[in-house]
Design a protein around this ligand. Structure first.
Ligand code: PHE
Length: 397
């Protein structure tokens, strides 16, 4: 957390305050973002702006809210510890309402009007895929906290992420199904409207069949669907050992509860898209015998996790951070670390520094960005017991 002892920290805060005060004297306000020239030129004393686009409302609000809180905590800690390159960091956040099309508009505005030096976002791969080409074209580095679809960073050399990718996640889920759930046959029920879901289904299928398993039935739905009984009836008829639902928590929760209503008591499992307290609100007791993989568990022991959980709880009324919160925090820290090492907010220099990220101590584990601008990290498997998420195991890459 805070590397400084208390008296030292107070001095630093005071110095920062003086520096900011001087800047404020020179220029009354920078919050409107209308005077981008000075900021773009890196005017000393001007805050450094980082843009964050997130699903703060709508069907994946749990993702956006959580990630946003982690990001806010990181920016607070950075500012308390004296800021970045002697300047304060301003986080400019905007809500895309979990809808398609909004993220492009938001990120264009961040770049042209707010003159952000970097962009953070998104959780959902589909929306990261929308915004990434805008950042790439403008040569503004973008760091996705938790989009796992491989195509996101393939958009170009300015696009990074701090999480593992779905070829790894699909493989570990297939292995989990075979090894721990003893499955020979599987059903897949995927969301055709989410690139994340389609990709994860593919990577799972590849590995499961390569290892001798058989996918006996595949059914599809689209985001915002509410009734999955037709698909579940077809799945029941095919009599699989397990059901894989690579989707997001709103639909996954309904799938699980409708499956149980139809008398399907098989193991049902998904990927990180399941992770939200809302899953339990939606499906409750039906979640018995369900599992999902994700990026982090607050129950896993490490000094970094413990101090992060403590700081997060102190800031957000005792709330325990989930994987999106941890990755939101990590994404901001990795971007700031790169700007600090670059010694500059210049897009190309920050890009180079991001690409050189090595063994950076993230909450979600040591982070090295590879030549494809991806991170390679452990995953955890979670189950639900008595209405609570429970950590089962860690799977190393
Ligand atoms: N990995 C998911 C995606 O790419 C998003 C997600 C991340 C969901 C972390 C939950 C937890 O769309």
């Amino acid at each position: 957390m805070n590397p400084f002892s208390k008296p030292r920290r107070q001095v630093l805060i005071a110095l920062t305050a003086i520096a900011l005060g001087v800047a404020a004297g020179c220029k009354p306000s920078s919050s409107g973002g209308s005077d981008g020239a000075a900021a773009a030129a890196g005017g000393a004393g001007e805050p450094i702006k980082i843009g964050e686009f997130a699903s703060l409302t709508g069907s994946e609000a749990a993702f956006g809210q959580s990630s946003h809180k982690g990001t806010q905590l990181a920016i607070d800690e950075i500012n308390h510890a004296g800021g970045l390159l002697g300047r304060k960091v301003d986080l400019v956040s905007e809500d895309n309402r979990s809808t398609a099309g909004e993220s492009v508009t938001i990120v264009k505005k961040f770049i042209s009007r707010e003159k952000v030096v970097g962009v953070l976002g998104e959780v959902a791969s589909g929306r990261s895929l929308e915004a990434a080409p805008v950042c790439q074209a403008a040569k503004v580095p973008m760091v996705s906290p938790s989009s796992t679809n491989p195509k996101v960073t393939e958009i170009g050399d300015y696009i990074f992420r701090v999480c593992f990718i779905d070829p790894f996640q699909g493989k570990l889920l297939a292995d989990f199904a075979k090894r721990s759930l003893k499955a020979q046959t599987a059903a897949i029920l995927s969301d055709v409207s989410a690139p994340y879901s389609v990709g994860l289904a593919d990577f799972f299928r590849q590995r499961f069949t390569a290892e001798g398993g058989k996918v006996v039935v595949e059914q599809k739905y689209a985001s915002k669907d509410k009734d999955f009984r037709a698909q579940l009836t077809a799945i029941k008829a095919a009599n699989p050992d397990v059901i894989f639902v690579p989707g997001y928590y709103t639909e996954a929760g309904l799938v699980v509860s409708q499956a149980r209503q139809l008398g399907i008591n098989l193991p049902i499992f998904g990927g990180d898209g399941w992770e939200a307290p809302q899953l339990i609100e939606i499906a409750g007791a039906a979640l018995k015998n369900t599992y999902y993989s994700t990026h982090y568990s607050p129950e896993a022991k490490s000094a970094k996790i413990e101090s992060f959980v403590k700081a997060f709880q102190a800031k957000f009324g005792g709330e325990t951070p989930d994987a999106m919160a941890a990755l939101g925090y990590d994404s901001a820290m990795v971007l700031v670390d790169a700007i600090r090492r670059a010694g500059s907010t210049d897009g190309a220099k920050v890009r180079d520094a991001l690409a050189a990220t090595k063994d950076y101590a993230c909450v979600t584990g040591k982070t090295t960005l590879d030549a494809q601008r991806n991170a390679s990290k452990a995953a955890v498997i979670i189950t639900v017991e008595n209405g609570k998420f429970k950590y089962l195991e860690t799977i190393e890459p």
